[in-house]
Design a protein around this ligand. Structure first.
Ligand SMILES: [Zn+2]
Length: 370
């Protein structure tokens, strides 16, 4: 999830700088909707944009706003069609192109992502962020084109050549059984086939720009370095299941799931020993404030990341215990724009009591804010 968050930050930056000066300074239609978006009330924003679009169906900025609201509500497909319409009505709408490129990339549609960014680069050839992102994605597309695909019902496994065929088959088998095991546990069975790409270690670092401690990644597709980094089949299975849980969590909960919950569930459902988390915490003196576990862990060094994962696993386990057997519907509430606290309350769990128990289990002083 690491690279994804970095990229999202990039787009946010791009959007903020150019959108603020070129669009917001103009007379904005539906100003209340933008205010609602900024306040985090995406449902209200979506409703206002919808009404405004009934009156002005060809207003590109309204479609763009509507896409932002859809994204905040976890409705990727709706966001994609709104962005396409925004670009149709204003073919030079660079912010819409950059956002559509990012959304398409996160939805594993690399072709659309590259096409959109090419359009943006044609309008702003001097923009270094767009140029370097485009170069990166083109490189990735070229690399994948040279790969072989083993297509399946739930997974398409891509790998470099015959020497990786055996590991590809093993990964397919592990994923297929994870599909049913995790499906039963969380009651989530994604319909669309998920791309799973096996890289050499160097390719993995190049494509994901993940920190050195990362042993896999999920950003709309599962990416795994298999060039000897995974020393044993056990380690391989652990990473495969971990990344698959991320995809399931994303499928149900969209982008609104905090890092601690996604990483925590992914760690908790990995096959093998679950006691590593409490051991790691017993051995370490530091604790990370729970608020700091909301964004990804990509910026942390290896030792701090270990603590972040341990605290997350214990938090996710607690949450799973409290909301079980409704973990799937809990995640869907997050996907519909509810906060964790709201979703907890809906499941009859007092948020403050939940955080207090989480802090107790990780051995964190009660006066730590949350
Ligand atoms: Zn993870």
């Amino acid at each position: 999830m690491v690279a994804q968050r970095v990229r999202r930050f990039l787009v946010a930056l791009l959007l903020f700088s150019s959108f603020a000066t070129t669009v917001v300074s103009q007379e904005l239609a539906a100003p209340d909707a933008w205010v609602a978006l900024q306040r985090g009330d995406a449902s209200k924003a979506a409703a206002i944009f919808r009404d405004a679009l009934d009156r002005s169906p060809r207003d590109a900025v309204l479609h763009y706003g509507s896409a932002q609201a859809s994204l905040a509500l976890g409705r990727t497909d709706a966001a994609i069609s709104s962005l396409k319409r925004a670009i149709e009505y204003n073919p030079k709408f660079i912010q819409a192109m950059v956002l559509l490129a990012q959304v398409a990339y996160d939805a594993a549609d690399l072709d659309l992502a590259v096409r959109m960014l090419e359009g943006a680069a044609a309008i702003a050839p001097q923009d270094p962020t767009i140029a370097s992102q485009l170069a990166q994605w083109r490189k990735e597309a070229a690399l994948h084109q040279s790969f072989q695909t083993q297509p399946g019902v739930h997974f398409n496994v891509l790998f470099e050549g015959p020497h990786q065929k055996a590991v590809g088959e093993h990964v397919s088998a592990v994923l297929e059984s994870a599909y049913w095991n995790i499906g039963k546990t969380l009651n989530i069975y994604p319909g669309a086939a998920l791309d799973v790409i096996l890289y050499s270690n160097q390719q993995f670092r190049d494509v994901t720009r993940a920190p050195a401690w990362a042993s896999g990644g999920y950003d709309g597709r599962i990416r795994l370095p298999v060039g000897g980094a995974l020393r044993s089949l056990q380690a391989l299975e652990r990473v495969v299941v971990h990344e698959y849980v991320h995809s399931v969590v994303r499928h149900a909960g969209g982008a609104g799931v905090p890092a601690w919950l996604s990483e925590g569930l992914a760690s908790y459902f990995e096959p093998g020993d679950k006691t590593w988390a409490s051991k790691a915490l017993r051995a370490a003196r530091i604790r990370i404030r729970l608020e700091e576990l909301v964004e990804g862990f990509g910026g942390l060094d290896g030792a701090t990341a270990l603590i972040a994962y341990a605290q997350s696993q214990i938090g996710a386990q607690l949450l799973y215990e409290r909301v079980s057997p409704h973990a799937g519907s809990f995640l869907q509430l997050l996907g519909n724009g509810h906060t964790v606290d709201q979703a907890l309350s809906r499941h009859g769990v007092q948020p403050e009591a939940f955080y207090a128990e989480w802090r107790r289990r990780i051995g964190m002083p009660a006066d730590g804010t949350r």
